[in-house]
Design a protein around this ligand. Structure first.
Ligand code: ATR
Length: 278
């Protein structure tokens, strides 16, 4: 019997994870199955336990259950603890172990795939929700020179900056979008959900330093409103979140199987199937 894995979410039908993990398994010769499980909004824990009890070995967790997965985990990795959310569950002797591979996936995509070293950079993180929180410590741990968190609701940005400062990172600022006027960044990351609605936070002109990278966590929807804006506003390069999606999956696969799949061919195949970023 092959080992069983799954992604659990609501909705989940759109998830590319089953395809990605099937590719990884084929490529590395691992004997496993990977399915998509739609959990009712009030039935997450029950669905996880049912999958575990049926012999499941691990699960990826997607919206809106990452916080619930954190609560449900009986032990958590340091990076899950820092993210305050869990996207990868491993069942070990019946115990539910929680980890978070989103931040590692982001860093790997930016540094390895896009060849953009984070150390010493001035970074703007737009948004202060769960997605932003997941990137906070991974970015800081790479030694960025300065991190500004901008959010519509400034108090949420301040809360995240406070968490970073409490952990000893001093070069972290929080503000609203208007206060960004006159500032310049090497990397601007959009972690807000506005791209999903085709909208844009009220960003001032002149945000991008020479050769700056604009990165949208959203993927596969063609050119996002943020990336379109970035391209005409001085960004040197733009990238959507497709690479991060594949890299976080690869990190989960490695956790479960102890094998690192090659991500490039998987990213390339997906990029061909999804609408291009430009
Ligand atoms: P996620 O887990 O995806 O981060 P979230 O926690 O709901 O989701 O956070 C959504 C983010 O998108 C927040 O930063 C939110 O800003 P607020 O904290 O001010 O709500 C941001 N966002 C959503 N819609 C927005 C809009 N129309 N304009 C600006 N920011 C928006």
């Amino acid at each position: 019997m092959p080992d069983r894995y799954a992604v659990i979410g609501h909705p989940v039908a759109h998830s590319r994870s089953p395809w990605i993990h099937a590719e990884f398994a084929r490529q590395t010769g691992q004997d496993l199955t990977y399915e998509a499980i739609l959990a009712p909004l009030d039935g997450f824990a029950q669905a996880v336990r049912a999958f575990r009890d049926a012999g499941g070995r691990g699960m990826n967790v997607t919206v809106p259950f990452k916080q619930e997965a954190f609560e449900l985990s009986e032990a958590r990795s340091p990076r899950a603890q820092q993210a305050g959310a869990v996207n990868t569950l491993t069942f070990e002797h019946g115990r539910i172990l929680g980890d978070n591979t989103d931040g590692a996936g982001f860093v790997r995509d930016v540094e390895e795939n896009l060849n953009f070293a984070l150390g010493g950079r001035r970074v703007l993180l737009m948004g202060a929700g769960g997605a932003a929180r997941g990137l906070l410590f991974p970015l800081l741990a790479r030694g960025v020179a300065h991190l500004t968190i901008a959010n519509r609701t400034v108090s949420r940005a301040e809360e995240l900056a406070g968490i970073a400062r409490a952990a000893g990172y001093r070069d972290v600022a929080a503000c609203g979008y208007a206060a960004l006027s006159g500032e310049r960044f090497d990397l601007v990351v959009n972690s807000t959900s506005v791209s999903l609605a085709g909208e844009l936070p009220p960003l001032p002109a002149g945000l991008f330093a020479s050769g700056a990278l604009a990165y949208d966590l959203v993927y596969g929807r063609g050119m996002t409103s943020f990336l379109r804006w970035a391209r005409t506003s001085g960004a040197g390069r733009i990238a959507d979140g497709l690479g991060m999606l594949v890299e976080q999956a690869a990190e989960s696969f490695w956790l479960w199987r102890g094998v690192r799949p090659a991500t490039r061919p998987v990213i390339d195949r997906l990029a061909q199937e999804l609408p291009p970023v430009d």
